[in-house]
Design a protein around this ligand. Structure first.
Ligand code: APR
Length: 320
């Protein structure tokens, strides 16, 4: 059986980490594409030279031509610019929208059957635009944000409670921005919801609110520390989990920026919701019950995403 093919559009910090992880996990052969000459070629060769040491078989190719992504099973998009300290994800909109137009055309021409995972920020607006530019089916184009935001929440909770990250599950809904909605009552330690843990004296309501806020600011915290770019290890790991669920038809339940067609009362919108990812791409969007507070937070988050999508339509009228 032929190996799967994974195309990475953008061979920067996240792209390089994606290539390394995909190799280590033997998810398939890997093509690294970038407009910068030498970077994808250099990273592909460097990672390939690590394969005898780590014992994985994968062909790695670096390229500046879209033809090389032909027939890819999965395409992961990180092309664009990351933020610098003081910038919000939304500040990247105009420049990254132009990048999505080029990338969408490249995918449409060379990998129209792929499952496409977008990571470029501002995420919810960029994945929406990428789906339009590429013309791929909406169930095959998805944004990576919820897995990362939930992972940050899980990590902070595990640290707080002194328990394994493996036993903490967490749920984050909404846009990948300051308005994201960490859902505490759907987040648990070994199945015990966080509100129950407060009753059990594991933590106070106020402390939990601080952790929620740290989760919302998780990306900015890393940008503030790195100063020269944004997070890349955890974003790459999160997208790999999504790619693996698709390639292996695992049907994992993962929060992603997915296209909504009536769910949550929204149409033609991409926003973070729980989904099932399997061989059919986004096989299901799970509609959970939101109480009035959660609904208010979710609506605010959706409004902020819609504002960005409107900004995209103004910049590129073809999207309207
Ligand atoms: N086509 C292909 N690649 C491009 C294009 C383009 N039109 N424009 C820029 N790139 C490449 C750059 O040459 C660079 O190698 O995209 C890569 C981006 O890599 P980094 O600058 O290292 O950024 P990274 O940290 O990987 O983040 C990428 O993901 O999380 C988001 O906000 C982040 O939007 C940013 C993206």
């Amino acid at each position: 059986m032929a190996r799967n093919k994974i195309a990475l559009i953008g061979a920067g910090q996240i792209g390089g980490t994606l290539a390394h992880l995909a190799g280590l996990k033997e998810l398939g052969d890997i093509v690294l594409f970038d407009i910068a000459e030498g970077i994808p070629q250099g990273k592909a060769l460097d990672i390939a030279e690590s394969s005898p040491v780590d014992g994985f078989d994968a062909k790695l190719v670096g390229t500046n031509g879209y033809e090389a992504i032909a027939g890819a099973d999965v395409v992961i998009v990180t092309a664009g610019v990351p933020r610098k300290p003081g910038m919000s994800r939304d500040d990247l909109l105009e420049i990254n929208l132009k990048v999505m137009e080029q990338v969408g055309a490249g995918i449409k021409a060379h990998a129209p059957d792929a499952f496409v995972i977008c990571i470029t920020n501002p995420l919810d607006a960029m994945v929406w635009a990428l789906q339009k530019f590429s013309g791929l089916p909406t169930n095959k184009v998805v944004g990576m944000a919820g897995v990362l935001d939930s992972a940050r929440f899980r990590y902070f909770l595990a640290e707080e409670f002194g328990v394994s990250v493996e036993d903490v599950t967490a749920f984050v809904l909404g846009g990948h921005g300051d308005t994201m909605v960490p859902l505490t009552r759907y987040s648990t330690v070994a199945g015990i919801p966080l509100p129950d843990l407060i009753k059990m004296g594991w933590c106070t309501k106020e402390r939990l609110e601080e952790i929620v806020q740290r989760t919302r600011d998780g990306g900015a915290e890393i940008v503030g520390l790195l100063k020269t770019g944004s997070a890349f290890y955890a974003p790459a790991a999160s997208a790999i989990a999504m790619a693996e669920s698709y390639l292996k038809d695992k049907k994992r339940v993962l929060p992603c920026a997915a296209h909504l067609d009536g769910q949550y009362g929204l149409t033609n919108t991409y926003v973070g919701v729980p989904t099932v990812i399997g061989a059919g791409g986004i096989e299901r969007v799970i509609e959970i019950d939101l109480n009035s507070d959660e609904k208010a937070m979710f609506d605010k988050s959706v409004a902020s995403v819609e504002g960005l999508v409107d900004a995209c339509k103004k910049i590129q009228p073809a999207l309207a």
